[in-house]
Design a protein around this ligand. Structure first.
Ligand SMILES: *Cc1c(COP(=O)(O)O)cnc(C)c1O
Length: 377
């Protein structure tokens, strides 16, 4: 019996009749870009997240770039973020002409280290901070909000991996996406909320930011053939993706609960082994986009699991400052030891809502066997 890293067809089969009906509705309406389906998804997403405005765009990378522009970040500005993230976080900063200012991630939860960020911001002005909710674990949004406010910096959430994750604030769970001046979501098919192609959204509490984002994403057009910005573009969400996302949004909480149950199961079965389990900070609710363990000799463990028919992945094999394309962006004296160690040791195990507990047992059993064979006799 093999255990795939991810099985998106199982997700389709679970919702086949609902999804087929939604797809047919769009095809028959022949309204393929924008329109009522997109407006409805934007409303429903905003309501779900507790954000006043949501603007659908073509993908998560565009969401980051457009959010930066909508918040007035441009050439000459510095934007503070982490090197241990997907490339898009930093690409967006570079594409708007700003300079990435990197600080290391926290040893425990691998999100932006708030003390390191505070130190850096004392020494250098940041126009904006991008917090990444890596693997679905929320960054420390309350402290980051206070830090950004103290320095007059904008706060942006890269929530591409964290649909439905939340932080406890004043006794209530508040979903990520509602803390930043803007938050960016990707609905790439493999994300916790995934479309059947590329899709993304910017959410914000600010009408002004939403309005600017909407203009930037649609040729700066305030009404047909009235262009009020010179740097608009085409980054639209299409109706088929919106219709698919509306269906799946209704199942997101149940799916995230399923991911959390699988993570608990892994936690019980893997305890006591020579590896580091993902942690969940008190007051923060992880949605396990990835179940990422840290283990020495990761590549050998990964290969042994593959031989046993178990799919895994590495998010990410290098921190971004170690990548050829980004190397020139960091100073020679800058060090990111936690990011580098994580890149060497991180290993994502299979986790998706349709995975069964039996498969988790199989993965844990193989890991136990592989790691036991490693121990000196
Ligand atoms: C997926 C992802 C993105 C980019 O989203 P796309 O829709 O693929 O452009 C940005 N940031 C992070 C952390 C991601 O995981």
């Amino acid at each position: 019996m093999t255990v795939p890293f991810l099985d998106l067809s199982a997700q389709y089969l679970e919702l086949k009749s609902e999804l087929d009906a939604a797809l047919r509705r769009v095809v028959e309406s022949a309204a393929f870009v924008g329109g009522e389906e997109v407006r409805s998804f934007e409303r429903e997403l905003g309501a779900y997240l507790g954000a006043r405005h949501a603007v659908g765009v073509a993908n998560g990378t565009d969401a980051l770039e457009i959010a930066l522009q909508a918040l007035g970040v441009g050439p000459g500005d510095s934007v503070l973020t982490v090197p241990f993230t997907f490339a898009a976080t930093i690409e967006a900063i570079v594409r708007v002409g700003a300079r990435p200012m990197l600080v290391d991630v926290d040893e425990e939860d691998l999100t932006l280290n708030v003390e390191a960020a505070a130190n850096r911001m004392e020494r250098h002005r940041a126009k904006a901070v991008i917090a990444v909710h890596l693997y679905g674990h929320p960054a420390d949004m309350q402290r980051l909000r206070a830090l950004a406010d103290a320095h007059g910096a904008a706060l942006i959430e890269d929530a591409a991996q964290a649909h439905g994750a939340s932080c406890l604030v004043d006794g209530q769970q508040r979903r990520v996406g509602s803390f930043g001046d803007a938050a960016c979501f990707s609905f790439y098919p493999t994300k916790n909320l995934g479309a059947m192609g590329d899709a993304g959204a910017i959410v914000t509490q600010s009408e002004e930011v939403a309005e600017r984002a909407r203009l930037l994403a649609s040729h700066g057009e305030s009404e047909k053939y009235r262009h009020v910005l010179p740097n608009g573009r085409n980054s639209r969400l299409d109706a088929i993706q919106a219709a698919v996302l509306r269906v799946k949004l209704r199942h997101l909480d149940r799916w995230n609960a399923g991911r959390r149950a699988l993570a608990r199961h892994y936690g019980e079965l893997l305890s006591g082994l020579p590896l580091r389990l993902p942690s969940e900070r008190t007051g923060r609710r992880h949605v396990y986009h990835q179940y990422a363990i840290r283990v020495a000799s990761r590549d050998r463990v990964k290969e042994a699991l593959a031989r046993a028919g178990i799919g895994t992945a590495v998010h990410y094999p290098l921190a971004l400052h170690q990548q050829e394309g980004f190397r020139a962006l960091v100073g020679n004296d800058e060090r990111f030891p936690v990011s580098e160690a994580s890149a060497r040791e991180i290993l994502s195990l299979p986790i998706f809502p349709q995975l069964d507990a039996h498969s988790v047992g199989r993965v844990a059993g193989e890991l136990r066997r592989i790691l036991a064979a490693d121990q000196p006799q």
